[in-house]
Design a protein around this ligand. Structure first.
Ligand SMILES: *Cc1c(COP(=O)(O)O)cnc(C)c1O
Length: 430
């Protein structure tokens, strides 16, 4: 499989190069040159396949020219080292819990796959590679954890000052070793902009090997397909139309699900559920895409005004708005509605959700109201304890910190404050 740039389809490259470069010239995102189809019988037999076998079947066509079967099996084993349970709330409502990994956010899956792949590609290189990552909260922790002490790889994380939770900040800023954190006085979009600018900066690219670990990197983006299939495998009733609601920010997660669907995964509808950063729901309504500055909310990992992966969704549908609308519905919700949803999930189902999963729940309810014949799954993308204060205040209960999170709280934060691109650049050149 080769990958082409969405800004210049004549620019094509291998999986290895796409992972190392992160972005194509002119900030184009890489996109697979064809969409492989799942083998005949795969879907019908899915219940008899192991998680590893499912993941291998999905990922193999995308990486087989650059990663041997043995290595891919090992990478998958490392990636899926924790459970991904589908929890049933009622006959037609379920939640896929993606937060059982080391940093308790779904980004662990993509981050671990990418760290293992890059570690494999750089195992024999004598020059270090620097991973740049802008985070609105969870990416940084997952990437830091995935790459921690991976030889040959340095990680620089940019996060918006005051806009991530305390635990998230601890996960980014306390590891040390090959992981550095920069606290940016600005928004997530500013962080993302700095990273994108660095890749275009000749001074940097001529002296350093830089890559990105945001969901724009194909090694983070593609493995997210896996858990949609694992959810499907766990569905008890496979005949009723199935819809999936994805709490969305940069739209990498949902776009991976939609790619899995194009490969043959049955799914009646995807639901893009957002907070008030509603650029995509607005696009679905009006067919005009108008990115705006992001607005801060209690589901901060989704505070994105110009989602990077949206161009990939358009590519999947060849920019055919009508075809896209057939597969994708979009809804957005306020913080107030979000808190009500957290309460409702707790009262009706005894389920404690985080503010991201709750947005997914709201989008699903909205859809099921109009389509009562469907069954739905929403993705729970972070453990509620990652947003402890918000969830405790909303529910008036105490929640325990799981060991994965508790281990960070006593550590010392190390992060440099920066404001401008030039300071960022100087830091990388040091
Ligand atoms: C990153 C993140 C999201 C949004 O995922 P995208 O792929 O950027 O749409 C949702 N919830 C949580 C907890 C996240 O960390």
């Amino acid at each position: 499989m080769k990958y082409y740039s969405l800004k210049d389809p004549s620019h094509r490259t291998s999986f290895r190069e796409a992972v190392i470069k992160g972005l194509a010239p002119n900030k184009g995102l890489y996109f697979p040159e064809s969409i492989p189809q799942l083998p005949d019988g795969f879907i019908n037999q899915i219940e008899s396949l192991s998680e590893q076998e499912i993941a291998f079947e999905l990922m193999s066509p995308f990486v087989s020219e650059d990663i041997s079967e043995d290595v891919l099996s090992r990478i998958i084993k490392e990636t899926l080292s924790f459970p991904l349970p589908l929890v049933k709330l009622s006959k037609w409502l379920s939640v896929l819990e993606l937060f059982h990994g080391p940093t308790m956010a779904f980004k662990d899956i993509g981050a671990r796959f990418m760290a293992q792949s890059l570690g494999h590609f750089y195992r024999n290189e004598d020059k270090e590679i620097t991973v740049l990552v802008a985070t609105s909260g969870d990416t940084g922790g997952a990437v830091a954890n995935g790459f921690y002490k991976v030889p040959g790889v340095k990680v620089v994380i940019l996060y918006p000052s005051g806009k991530v939770s305390h635990i998230q900040e601890m996960q980014l800023t306390t590891l040390g070793h090959n992981i550095s954190a920069l606290e940016v006085e600005g928004t997530f979009d500013d962080c993302q902009h700095m990273v994108k600018t660095a890749f275009m900066d000749q001074d940097l690219t001529s002296t350093q090997t830089l890559t990105s670990a945001n969901s724009i990197n194909v090694a983070r983006w593609l493995p997210q397909m896996i858990y949609f299939l694992l959810a499907y495998k766990q569905l008890e009733e496979k005949n009723a139309p199935w819809v999936i609601s994805v709490p969305s920010g940069n739209f990498g997660n949902i776009c991976a699900g939609m790619l899995a669907h194009k490969m043959g995964m049955p799914c009646h509808k995807f639901i893009a559920s957002t907070n008030v950063n509603k650029t995509v729901p607005d696009y679905l309504k009006t067919a005009s895409y108008s990115p705006v500055a992001s607005i801060q909310t209690i589901s901060n990992a989704m505070d994105v005004g110009d989602p990077s992966n949206f161009s990939r969704i358009l590519e999947l549908y060849k920019s055919d708005h009508i075809a896209l609308k057939q597969d994708l519905e979009g809804y957005w919700f306020t913080d107030e509605q979000n808190r009500e949803a957290i309460k409702e999930l707790h009262q009706q189902y005894g389920y404690i959700s985080d503010p991201h999963g709750a947005i997914g729940y709201l989008g699903l309810l909205e859809y099921l109201k109009a389509n009562p014949e469907a069954q739905g799954t929403f993705l729970e993308t972070a453990h509620p304890a990652k947003f402890k204060d918000e969830v405790e205040d909303t529910l008036s209960i105490d929640i325990d910190l799981p060991v994965q999170l508790a281990s960070f709280t006593g550590n010392t934060k190390v992060a440099e404050k920066i404001r401008s691109y030039d300071t960022f650049k100087a830091f990388i050149m040091r």
